[in-house]
Design a binder for this molecule. Structure first.
Ligand SMILES: Cc1cc2nc3c(=O)[nH]c(=O)nc-3n(C[C@H](O)[C@H](O)[C@H](O)COP(=O)(O)OP(=O)(O)OC[C@H]3O[C@@H](n4cnc5c(N)ncnc54)[C@H](O)[C@@H]3O)c2cc1C
Length: 259
């Protein structure tokens, strides 16, 4: 089960966006930008930006998430979103002996598939440890020959060994990261990844990210979610055909009626 935590965000995100919009549409100076900018007025500016499709002011609000308990397959997908900043646990420096892995629910539900999966994980772990051990021995011998002292050589050799041993680790291997996106990039992320065509793991994380940002900036994300939340489904033949159900689900999520 992925764990998503909104660890920080631009203070008063909607007010910040509203100040940027106010600057665009009036001759207010910097010293007066935040003046009289009540929550209601900020909401009005944010709604107006959404209506006219003026998206650049919403780039001034950023949101930072810690995401844990996700697979390397998830990592490959989320990092395709280029308008974001990422810090990811390194497999070069963290020893993955006895690694944790993500067991997809569909595999868990099928005993034969689950047994195959668990065997594959155990084998990957065994090969990882053996390769690391063999390489560490080779590296250490060479470093000792080069005159390095025993303790330092062992430490350096172990580090060098896991750099290559990690090549046998599977997509299921668990990882964690910190991700920052601005509101505009998040809206694009939610459009792609909350859609039922997205893969289950990234969809689960995207839904949770959306739920959490709605608690701190409900107006900014009022129309967020898959495209069918705010308009027609663009998926054509690949549409899930459940637009009304999807819309209802996102309304409930944003109003806090579902967990
Ligand atoms: C259901 C699904 C299936 C997918 N299948 C595949 C697949 O089979 N193979 C695959 O490779 N990917 C696949 N993807 C990934 C997808 O193609 C995008 O790479 C990913 O969703 C990131 O979206 P993005 O480029 O809009 O996001 P970002 O990289 O965050 O970009 C945001 C926006 O900025 C603009 N932008 C960013 N960079 C550029 C640029 N260089 N030039 C012009 N405009 C730019 C674009 O308007 C873009 O929408 C899939 C995604 C989904 C949701």
């Amino acid at each position: 089960m992925p764990k998503v935590t909104l660890i920080s965000h631009t203070p008063e995100p909607e007010k910040t966006v509203a100040a940027a919009a106010k600057l665009c549409y009036s001759n207010t100076g910097a010293d007066k930008l935040m003046e009289n900018l009540t929550a209601d007025k900020a909401a009005g500016f944010v709604q107006m930006l959404a209506e006219i499709g003026h998206e650049s002011p919403i780039e001034h609000a950023s949101f930072t998430f810690a995401i844990e308990g996700v697979s390397r397959a998830f990592l490959a997908q989320i990092t395709r979103h280029r308008i974001a900043s990422y810090s990811v646990q390194s497999q070069r420096y963290v020893n993955k002996g006895q690694f944790e892995y993500i067991l997809p629910p569909e595999i868990e539900a099928e005993p034969q598939a689950k047994a195959e999966f668990l065997q594959a994980m155990a084998e990957a772990e065994h090969h990882y440890e053996r390769i690391a051990e063999i390489l560490a021995g080779t590296h250490k011998a060479r470093l000792l020959q080069q005159g390095m002292d025993e303790k330092e050589a062992a430490k350096k050799a172990a580090k060098m060994a896991i750099e290559d041993a990690r090549f046998v680790l599977p997509n299921a291997c668990d990882t964690k990261m910190v991700v920052t996106m601005n509101a505009r990039s998040l809206l694009n992320f939610f459009r792609h990844r909350c859609c039922s065509r997205a893969q289950w793991e990234i969809r689960e994380v995207a839904d949770e990210m959306l739920r959490q940002v709605c608690q701190v900036a409900p107006n900014l994300f009022a129309q967020a979610g898959p495209p069918c939340v705010s308009g027609p489904c663009p998926e054509g033949k690949m549409s899930c055909g459940e637009m009304l159900k999807v819309r209802e689900r996102y309304i409930q999520m944003k109003t806090g009626e579902v967990e």
